[in-house]
Structures are given as structure tokens and as C-alpha cells.
Design a binder for this molecule. Structure first.
Ligand code: COA
Length: 138
């Protein structure tokens, strides 16, 4: 698999993948997230491409000046278990390190807890923090 910034031609494929693997939520605008991350100076969306150029993996990575964050890590179901998620996560780490940011972190939804084993396999540890948020509604 080749990892590269997501091509604008693959925006629809990325959104379809996120939908198919259960990463989208009605209250989040995944398209606007993706487009903002693609054009922002402190973020990118990486795509993992198979030999025929098909999109098989994604990850959105960025930083807030203090920490790197990764979102929308996904591998198409038929290509799982081949190390593609590990590879795209390593590419995210490299991107964050290149920005002189010392740590990459991520949030896992409590209903997706099984995936914690994947991140642990890559050396990630549970942080002793509670994440709080406040949603702004118009
Ligand atoms: C999680 C996901 C990205 C893993 O993709 P993948 O390509 O199958 O993962 P890899 O093949 O790179 O696996 C890397 C390592 O993690 C392990 N691993 C993968 N999925 C795992 C899981 N659900 N639980 C525990 N370990 C897991 C693998 O065994 C492998 O370990 P090893 O190298 O020591 O053998 C994929 O299952 C997916 O797209 N899930 C749906 C989307 C999702 O939940 N994303 C995470 C949002 S926080």
C-alpha cells in the first residue's frame, strides 16, 4: 500500500468508507471535516492506495500546536489484517513529528472499545484523562 495525501478525486470514496465502517455520526459533518483538514496548514488527510490505485485506508491527522490528533482511521473491510492500519498510523506519526509535535493521541468512542487493542498493538497507552466537551448549537 502506498500512503499519500488524499486526492481530491477520492473525497467521495473516503466518505463512503467512513460511512460503511461506522465512523460517521449524524451530528458531525464528515465532508466539511474532511475538506477543512485537506486544505488547512496544520492538518491533512492521508489515503492508503492499493496497486491499482484504489483507496483502501484513510486517516485524518492534525495538530493544535501542542498535540497531534488522529481521526477517521479506517481500512476497507476486505483488506483488514494486512498491516495497512499500522502503516497509515506510522505515516500519521511521521507527519506529526515533522511538525515538531512530540505526541500523537486519539479518542476512541466507548461503543468501539474493541479497537483499543489495535492501538495498543502499535504502542499507544490509555491516558489518565477525562475528555469533556460542549457542543454549540445555533
Ligand atoms: C481498526 C482498523 C483500522 C484496523 O485495521 P487493520 O488494517 O486490520 O489493522 P492492522 O492489520 O494494521 O493491525 C495492526 C495490529 O493491530 C492488531 N489489531 C487490528 N485490529 C484489532 C482489534 N480490533 N483489536 C485488537 N487488535 C487489533 C492486529 O492484530 C495487528 O497486530 P500485530 O501487528 O501485532 O499482528 C480496522 O479494523 C477498521 O477500519 N475498523 C473500523 C474503523 C474504526 O473503528 N477505526 C478506529 C476508530 S478510533
Amino acid at each position: 500500500m502506498q500512503v499519500a495525501p488524499l486526492s481530491p478525486d477520492d473525497v467521495e470514496a473516503a466518505l463512503a468508507l467512513w460511512d460503511a465502517v461506522g465512523l460517521t455520526r449524524p451530528w458531525n459533518d464528515a465532508r466539511s471535516d474532511l475538506l477543512r483538514a485537506m486544505r488547512g496548514p496544520d492538518s491533512t488527510v492521508l489515503g492508503g492506495y492499493g496497486p491499482a490505485g484504489a483507496l483502501i485506508a484513510t486517516a485524518m491527522v492534525g495538530h493544535d500546536g501542542h498535540r497531534g490528533w488522529v481521526y477517521y482511521v479506517a481500512v476497507t473491510p476486505e483488506r483488514r489484517g494486512e498491516g495497512h492500519a499500522r502503516q497509515i498510523m506510522r505515516a500519521c506519526e511521521e507527519w506529526v513529528r515533522d511538525q515538531q509535535i512530540p505526541k500523537l493521541q486519539l479518542m476512541v468512542r466507548t461503543d468501539n472499545h474493541d479497537v483499543v487493542g489495535f492501538y495498543e498493538a502499535l504502542g499507544y497507552e490509555t491516558s489518565e484523562v477525562t475528555v469533556l466537551g460542549r457542543r454549540f448549537v445555533d
